[in-house]
Design a protein around this ligand. Structure first.
Ligand code: NDP
Length: 483
């Protein structure tokens, strides 16, 4: 294949230093449709050199206002190019077009949101009394490294690169193996809008090879990682080597949804949410509502409604109109999810929908039918572990206290939700859920304007919201003894 997608280092597109090219597979057809160059440790070092040099180059002369306007310009370019990018995105990832388009819009909004904050950073002065003057400068961290997963590549790229650039840092980004093309296509828009050389560098390649190089280097002054708990632990160990600040670690989740509506007439919302938890991104979301704790009197009616919704879900390749659920991202991940379905059956959960390949998609593509297990309990692996696919579990409960205890009984603490029209229940549950983000009466509501991040093994730090940009800065105190 000609014209492979290349690395972007120091403002230049180039092959990796050892010439490795890797085919990119369309997960709906299992066919290679492009190639991407992979970087080596040598390339990672070149990128870090470039990012460090750029800190004192032209970039340092850009005012905060100019940095903000630049991010606005890139956002506008994302929108102008959205139709073309969405096709590439669907081809590489499998997302149906409306979901690809939605993520592109989110990416643009992250750029605008943090672009708008670029000129609102400030330090302070501290009153020490007569004879002294003290002021505090807010400075960029310096070189920041961003390691991303494959599930929301554009969203996750923009939610950390945008605040990092707005605050005046430089960035080296390592996208996930499975999905680098759309990240590189987005990077081209930054180049077209005139980002100075070295300010943004993107190196596709293997995380186990590039990750340690990028996270153990003493030049790096901020690490942003999104991915699994297992890799997150490795990154924290690497960061410990040079006491490198970890801006945020956004790790896994196993969100609970508590269904406590008044009666069965109010089940349309939660049943729609359950179907959406399987359809949206094919369930490959850290915030996926995968554990449904349902009050016992609502349990069977809820199951019936969920089955009805699941039957209406359209599974298929992005090229078919009206598709709501695409394939999983890779063969490796497909095998993993199928294995969890086997585990659920062996654990004795009641399979009430799906459980394998959907009908009508042929034998190509990593498609998994929306799968619902009922009669589950918290001892089951399918309830405890992150499956990251179109699979949900349903568990009957006798009281709100029991639902809360079960919801909190998990190593993750990213997000959870409750469905209720009782305002007292809503607020008291929000206070007691041991997570970073609660949604009331709606599924997985996240946004660039609000802080997002987890507790427990879901990670540390917050992305989004006005405070997020502060994590990309450091404070310097200046104490003056007046003569
Ligand atoms: P991984 O942890 O496998 O990979 C994440 C990134 O880390 C990839 O770019 C990977 O590279 C890289 N990596 C691999 N090894 C190392 C290493 N030793 N040092 C540094 N980086 C390394 O996660 P997945 O890509 O499988 O993503 C799924 C996980 O991400 C789920 O647990 C999900 O919940 C979580 N996630 C969390 C989000 C949040 O906001 N909380 C959002 C999205 C996902 P390579 O691709 O080459 O393996």
């Amino acid at each position: 294949m000609n014209n492979p997608y290349q690395l972007f280092i120091d403002g230049v597109w180039r092959d990796g230093s050892d010439g490795t090219r890797v085919p990119v597979i369309n997960p709906a057809t299992e066919e290679a449709f492009a190639e991407v160059c992979w970087g080596t440790p040598e390339d990672a070092n070149l990128a870090l050199d470039a990012a460090e040099r750029a800190l004192s180059g032209e970039w340092s002369t850009w005012s905060p206002t100019r940095r903000g306007r630049f991010l606005f310009a890139v956002a506008a370019s994302v929108r102008r190019n959205a139709a073309k990018l969405a096709v590439l995105f669907s081809q590489e990832h499998g997302k149906p077009p409306h979901q690809a388009a939605g993520e592109l819009e989110d990416a643009a909004r992250y750029l605008e949101y943090f672009g708008g904050l670029a000129d609102k950073l400030s330090g302070l002065t501290i009153d020490l009394g007569r004879g002294q003057l003290d002021y505090v400068l807010r400075e960029p961290l310096g070189v920041t490294v961003h390691i991303a997963p494959w599930n929301y590549p554009l969203d996750i790229f923009c939610r950390s690169v945008a605040p990092a650039l707005a605050a005046g840092n430089t960035c080296v980004v390592k996208p996930a193996e499975e999905i680098s093309l759309v990240t590189l296509a987005l990077t081209r828009l930054f180049q077209e809008e005139g980002i100075p050389a070295g300010v943004l560098n993107v190196i596709p390649g293997s995380g186990s090879v590039l990750g340690p190089v990028l996270t153990e280097d003493p030049r790096v002054r901020g690490i942003v990682f999104t991915g699994s708990v297992v890799t997150g632990r490795k990154v924290l160990q690497s960061a410990a080597r040079n006491i490198t600040p970890v801006v945020s670690m956004e790790l896994g989740g196993k969100a609970a949804s508590l269904v406590f509506v008044k009666d069965a007439s109010e089940l349309d919302g939660p049943a729609g949410g359950a179907a959406g938890a399987m359809a949206w991104n094919a369930g490959q979301s850290c915030g996926q509502r995968s554990r449904w704790y349902v009050r016992r009197d609502l349990y069977e009616p809820f199951i019936e409604k969920v089955i009805e919704r699941v039957r209406g879900l359209r599974v298929g390749p992005f090229t078919e109109p009206g598709v709501q659920l695409g394939p999983l991202v890779s063969k490796k991940h497909y095998d993993n999810v199928m294995n969890y379905i086997r585990i659920g059956i062996e654990e004795g959960a009641r399979l009430i929908a799906g459980g394998g390949r959907p009908e009508g998609v042929g034998d190509k593509g990593y498609f998994v039918a929306p799968t619902v297990f009922a009669d589950c309990n918290n001892r089951m692996r399918i309830v405890r572990e992150e499956i990251f696919g179109p699979v949900i579990t349903i568990i009957p409960v006798d009281s709100l206290d029991e639902a809360l205890a079960l919801a909190n009984d998990n190593m993750f603490g990213l997000s959870s939700e409750i469905w209720t029209s009782d305002i007292t229940i809503a607020h008291s549950v929000a206070a007691k859920l041991d997570v970073g983000h609660v949604t009331i009466n709606g599924s997985a509501a996240f946004g660039f304007e609000v802080p997002f991040g987890g507790v427990k093994q879901s990670g540390l730090g917050r992305e989004g919201g006005p405070e997020a940009i502060l994590a990309y800065t450091r404070l310097k105190n200046v104490w003056i003894n007046l003569k």
